[in-house]
Write a protein that binds this ligand. Structure first.
Ligand code: UDP
Ligand code: MG
Length: 312
């Protein structure tokens, strides 16, 4: 019998987890019944509440449930990676614990692979209903920007809710980078992907772990991981400034020869100095971003550290 692995990264999800498990079980029984083997891999990402206890209770009640528990919070990307490494299914899917990735879509996704012949099926939200408007605005800007700069296409509103064939999972696992930006990695590996759209669903319980600042840093992560355009941009801006300076020098020499040299214009000079140092710092900042990512990659630290688990 074939098997589907469901990976659920969990960080402080004590309220949502029981609801998730119930819904997932309902969908499994209704849509797949006895025709399909399942395993649920809950990855406890250093939760500070009762998440781990709840997972362990589920494990005792249901042999399908496996868990991995990290020694601290390593982030959702690390949790997803750990889950992918542990998964043994012929098909693997990633779902949020808050039911924002409806298990009810799973059957349709599964048929996308088995009936329609796709290698993976991805989901995206067609709306951002229930989200702060300003966040939606910045999200759209981000996708516009990153798609201009990167060769890998990023889909606006894409979730991490994918169903993948084993072959695709193995391809993703072969990407061992430390700075993981899954939305990009999934597209980077290629294969035929079917996209399914659905309306944004509100979290069943608990609250989002993503502050605006965290999202901003995640956006920078995405850009540095999948594009070197900012580096080219800072070189181009540098060249343009050299050209402007060169023209200005010629202009000043000619002006001095024609009109003499009264000492005027120091306020404009001050402005120019401030402006140019700003541009310089900005460019150094860009280089610094790439350097810091390289630094982290070179150190070759593990992506996550496991404290306990009940899975090989
Ligand atoms: N999550 C995690 N580690 C973290 C942050 C989040 O494993 O450091 C999990 C979280 O438990 C949830 C999923 O990632 O299952 C998505 O998180 P959340 O719902 O807060 O994000 P949003 O849906 O608001 O983007
Ligand atoms: Mg969520």
């Amino acid at each position: 019998m074939e098997k589907i692995s469901v990976i659920v990264p969990c960080y402080n999800e004590e309220k949502a987890l029981p609801l998730f498990y119930k819904e997932m079980e309902r969908v499994r029984a209704q849509d797949f019944g006895i025709t399909m083997d399942f395993e649920y891999i809950f990855v406890n990402d250093g939760s500070k509440d009762k998440t781990l206890e709840i997972i362990k209770t589920l494990c005792n009640e249901d042999p399908k449930v496996k868990y991995i528990s990290f020694s601290r919070n390593f982030g959702k990307e690390a949790a997803m990676f750990a889950g992918l490494e542990a998964a043994t299914g012929d098909y693997v899917t990633l779902m949020d614990a808050d039911l924002q990735d409806p298990p009810a879509l799973l059957k349709q996704m599964y048929e996308g692979i088995t009936v329609e012949g796709y290698d993976s099926v991805a989901t995206r939200r067609s709306t951002r209903k229930g989200e702060p408007l300003i966040r939606g605005f910045f999200a759209r800007m981000f996708y516009k920007l990153i798609n201009k700069m990167s060769d890998v296409e990023m889909v606006d509103g894409a979730r991490d809710y994918w169903l993948m064939k084993r072959q695709v999972v193995d391809a993703i696992l072969s990407l061992k980078e430390y700075n993981r930006y899954s939305k990009g990695l999934f597209n980077f590996v290629g294969f035929n992907t079917k996209w399914i759209e659905y309306e944004n669903v509100k979290r069943v319980a608990g609250k989002t772990k993503w502050s605006f600042w965290k999202l901003f840093k995640y956006a920078i992560e995405g850009i540095t991981a999948f594009s070197t355009t900012p580096l080219i941009l800072s070189s181009v801006v540098g060249m343009i400034f050299c050209l402007i300076a060169f023209l200005a020098i010629i202009f000043i020499i000619v002006k001095t020869l024609v009109y003499g040299d009264p000492t005027t214009g120091w306020p404009s000079l001050a402005c120019i100095i401030v402006f140019v140092s700003g541009v310089q710092l900005f460019s150094i900042g860009i280089i610094g971003q790439y350097l810091s990512k390289t630094y982290l990659e070179v150190k070759n630290r593990p992506i996550y550290i496991i404290k306990e688990k009940n899975i090989e």
